[in-house]
Design a binder for this molecule. Structure first.
Ligand code: AMP
Ligand code: TRP
Length: 332
């Protein structure tokens, strides 16, 4: 039998997941799970690159795992695990740090954005080398494909550069992975500023919809979403707020954006906002019920992440052993 291609991806437990995480990434993961050998990780080590309360980190880590399962990832089919449970990630990250350059890391837009938001004395070395840990995550599993949102494209590029550099310096060691970014709507934007992405770390909670938000909260946030003064529903870059609402609608219903815009000719923005809120509420309802159930059944979650780490460990060690031998470490 031909070997199945490998997928690796992960999300940070930096808060509860948003509609952006779900529509931009998680929904794709679910549709890919039966065709690939898949690893989906909760990247808690990435989450501590910015200040994080320990009790929040613990809660969010389990929440993200519950979100993965509730959104439809099947633990029987895919490997679900927590990054810090597999020490090979930290070990490979160190080695790859020694094959990554200050210059290329300085050019990462996510680093530039995140470090701008902090006092320069609070920018950690961890935040700077974040993409190297991400490269280690991916390369350990010899992943062919990495399904992520558009914002991670640059991190995938540096992962490929690091892999190729290592392969050239020694010999073929890592599979050079490809980013898998859904073509239709790769980015869900903030409801308060349609020119920046919807993010759970936004200081304004009206900017994002959380997967766990209650129906009345979802209605309120859409109602307050920022649009424009054109007054006509069009699917165009000139009206980014409306475009984002249509994108959300389209992602959930699988209707074409232009078709949706057509249906709202002669109607006001309020109606579009109300309808988008209702489709989102319907889509999230079964997911929310499952999340509640899972978070009340911590033993089940524990069983999933323990088994997941055991499976991941085997694949990760295979690569790590090879890497250590190539760089010249003595095995014991
Ligand atoms: P993060 O929340 O930054 O850990 O992101 C986890 C995954 O969700 C990554 O693949 C991101 O690219 C994706 N993602 C996060 N926010 C959005 C968004 N607003 N639109 C689309 N994808 C997103
Ligand atoms: N940096 C990614 C994000 O913020 C999360 C991540 C860490 C990741 N390691 C990864 C994504 C490996 C894909 C593969 O979204």
């Amino acid at each position: 039998m031909e070997k199945r291609k490998v997928i690796f991806s992960g999300m940070q437990p930096s808060g509860s997941l948003t509609l952006g995480n779900y529509l931009g990434a998680l929904k794709n993961w679910v549709s890919l799970q039966s065709e690939y050998d898949s690893y989906y990780c909760v990247v808690d080590m990435h989450a501590i690159t910015v200040p994080k309360e320990p009790k929040d980190l613990r809660r969010n880590t389990l929440e993200v795992l519950a979100n993965y399962i509730a959104a439809g990832l099947d633990p029987e089919q895919v490997t679900l695990f927590i990054q810090s449970h597999v020490p090979a990630h930290a070990e490979l990250a160190w080695i790859l740090n020694c094959f990554s350059y200050y210059g290329e890391l300085s050019r990462m837009t996510q680093f530039k954005d995140k470090s701008k938001k902090q006092d320069s004395n609070a920018i950690t070395a961890g935040l700077f080398t974040y993409p190297v840990l991400m490269a280690a995550d991916i390369l350990l599993y010899q992943a062919d494909l990495v399904p992520v949102g558009e914002d991670q494209r640059q991190h995938l590029e540096i992962t490929r550069d690091i892999a190729q550099r290592f392969n050239n310096r020694f010999s073929e060691t890592f599979t050079v992975p490809e980013a898998y970014i859904s073509k239709d709507v790769a980015k869900i934007m903030s409801l308060q500023d349609p020119n920046s992405k919807m993010s759970k770390s936004d200081s304004n909670e009206n900017a994002y919809i959380l997967l766990m938000d209650k129906p009345d909260v979802i209605r309120r946030k859409f109602k307050r979403s920022v649009t424009d003064s054109v007054g006509v529903v069009n699917y165009t870059d000139e009206q980014p707020g409306i475009k984002n609402l249509i994108n959300i609608y389209s992602k959930i219903t699988n209707k074409q954006p232009e078709e949706i815009a057509g249906e709202y000719q002669g109607k006001g923005y309020a109606e579009l906002k109300e309808d988008v809120a209702e489709v989102v509420i319907e889509e999230l309802k079964p997911i929310q019920e499952k999340i509640d159930y899972l978070l009340k059944n911590k033993d089940y979650l524990e069983k999933i992440y323990i088994e997941g780490a055991q499976k991941a460990e085997i694949a990760a060690q295979k690569t790590l052993r090879k890497v250590k031998r190539k760089v010249g470490f003595i095995s014991r």
